[in-house]
Design a protein around this ligand. Structure first.
Ligand SMILES: *Cc1c(COP(=O)(O)O)cnc(C)c1O
Length: 354
C-alpha cells in the first residue's frame, strides 16, 4: 500500500456540534459527526471512506458476532493551548493493532494507513476536540470479521473502522480495588496481550462481582495460581516499593500499554529505579503491611494515571498513604498531561500533529 491514502469523504449535512453539551461528556456515549470505514476483501484493504456517523447493516451470520473475531485500539487527541491538535503516540497503537490482528488471524494494516486514517478523521472533526482542561477526543479504531458464515474459521472479509468521542476529565477518585483470587482475565498461551473483544466480555462478570462487594475494579492475577499480579481492570498496574517503581513485565497474558511505556520512560529519564519483573501478590501484601509499598496506581489511555487508595485481599483491606503532589505517580500524571497539552516540551517526540 502506498503512503498516500485515498479517502472518499462524504460530509454530514446536519452537524450535531451545536446541540452537544461539552460540559457533560460521559465516556464513550457521544460520537462526533463522522466515522472512518474501510473494507478488506480478496486480500487487500480498499474503499477508504469517511462518512457521517451512523448505523451499518450486516448479515446476522456475520462471523464476528458469533466467534468474537474482533479487536480494537484506544488513543486520544488533545487540543493544545495554541489550538494545535495532537494525537499521542499513534504509531505505538499501530504496532499493537497488528499484534492483535495477527493473534486473531486477521489481516494487518500498514502503520501508515492506521495513522493517516486517524489523522484524516480527526482533522475533519477537529472542532470536536474539546479544549477544556483534561478533556480530549477519544479515538476508537477497530476491526471485525464480516463473512456471513457460521463455520468456525477465519473470515475472509473484514471492516476496519474508527469512531471518535469527545470525553471529559477523568475524575480521578482514588480507587478501591480487590486482588482477584478466583477468576482470571487471561491465561498463558491465550490472547491477553491482544486488545481482542473476548478479553473484555470475559472480564465483565468478575468485575460485576467485585462491584457487588464494594470494589471499583479488580487487580487481575495469573490464571494458574493467582500468585502474581497482572493488570488493573483495563489498565496496567504499577507500585512504588521502597522508592523503586515496580510493574509486572509484559507477557502473553498482559496488554502492553502505551501509557505504561510512557510512564516507564519518564521514570528512567528521571533516574527513578525501575523494575519490570514478575510481582507476587505476597510481596504486595507484605509491602502494604510493612508500609514499604507507598504508591499503587493504574496507567492507561482512558484512566491516564489513577491512584489506588485501598487494596482488598482475602477479606482484609489495606489502605495506602494519602496521595501527595510530589509522589511519583502525581508527578508522572502532571508531566504527561502537560506534554499532551503543549504545556511542557515534547522531549520524546510523542505528539503527532494533525
Ligand atoms: C488498553 C488496555 C491497557 C492500557 O493500554 P494503553 O495503551 O495505555 O491505553 C491496559 N490493559 C488492558 C487490558 C487494556 O485493554
Amino acid at each position: 500500500m502506498a503512503d498516500t491514502l485515498d479517502i472518499k469523504i462524504s460530509k454530514t449535512t446536519t452537524s450535531k456540534l451545536p446541540e452537544t453539551d461539552f460540559s457533560n461528556l460521559p465516556f464513550g456515549k457521544i460520537f462526533s459527526d463522522h466515522m472512518f470505514v474501510a473494507d478488506y476483501d480478496n486480500g487487500e484493504w480498499k474503499n477508504f471512506e469517511i462518512v457521517p456517523y451512523g448505523n451499518l447493516s450486516f448479515s446476522p451470520a456475520m462471523a464476528s458476532l458469533h466467534y468474537g473475531q474482533t479487536f480494537f485500539e484506544g488513543l486520544k487527541a488533545f487540543k493544545q493551548k495554541d489550538g494545535k491538535i495532537v494525537v499521542f503516540r499513534p504509531y505505538k497503537n499501530a504496532q499493537r493493532f497488528n499484534l492483535s490482528a495477527a493473534r486473531m488471524c486477521m489481516p494487518a494494516l500498514s502503520e501508515e494507513i492506521f495513522v493517516k486514517s486517524i489523522a484524516a478523521l480527526v482533522d475533519l472533526d477537529r472542532n470536536w476536540v474539546p479544549d477544556a482542561a483534561n478533556h480530549s477526543l477519544y479515538i476508537r479504531p477497530f476491526m471485525f470479521a464480516t463473512d456471513p458464515y457460521l463455520g468456525v474459521q477465519p473470515s475472509k472479509s473484514y471492516k476496519y473502522m474508527i469512531l471518535t468521542c469527545p470525553v471529559g476529565a477523568y475524575f480521578a477518585k482514588p480507587l478501591k480495588v480487590k486482588i482477584e483470587n478466583k477468576y482470571s482475565r487471561a491465561s498463558e498461551g491465550g490472547f491477553g496481550f491482544a486488545k481482542a473483544g473476548g478479553n473484555y466480555g470475559g472480564s465483565l462478570f468478575p468485575a460485576q462481582e467485585a462491584l457487588k462487594e464494594g470494589f471499583d475494579q479488580v487487580i487481575w492475577t495469573d490464571g494458574k495460581d493467582h500468585a502474581f499480579i497482572e493488570e488493573l481492570g483495563a489498565a496496567n498496574v504499577m507500585f512504588v516499593i521502597d522508592g523503586t517503581l515496580v510493574t509486572p513485565s509484559t507477557r502473553d497474558t498482559i496488554l502492553n500499554g502505551v501509557t505504561r511505556d510512557s510512564v516507564l520512560t519518564l521514570a528512567r529519564n528521571w533516574g527513578v529505579p525501575v523494575e519490570e519483573r514478575r510481582v507476587s501478590v505476597a510481596e504486595v501484601i507484605e509491602g502494604l503491611k510493612a508500609g514499604k509499598l507507598t504508591e499503587a496506581f493504574g496507567v492507561g489511555t482512558a484512566a491516564t494515571v489513577t491512584s489506588i487508595a485501598t487494596i482488598g485481599y482475602e477479606g482484609e483491606l489495606y489502605h495506602l498513604p494519602e496521595a501527595t503532589a510530589d509522589q511519583f505517580s502525581s508527578k508522572a500524571l502532571k508531566i504527561l498531561t502537560d506534554m499532551r497539552y503543549g504545556l511542557a516540551p515534547d522531549e520524546f517526540d510523542w505528539n503527532y500533529v494533525i
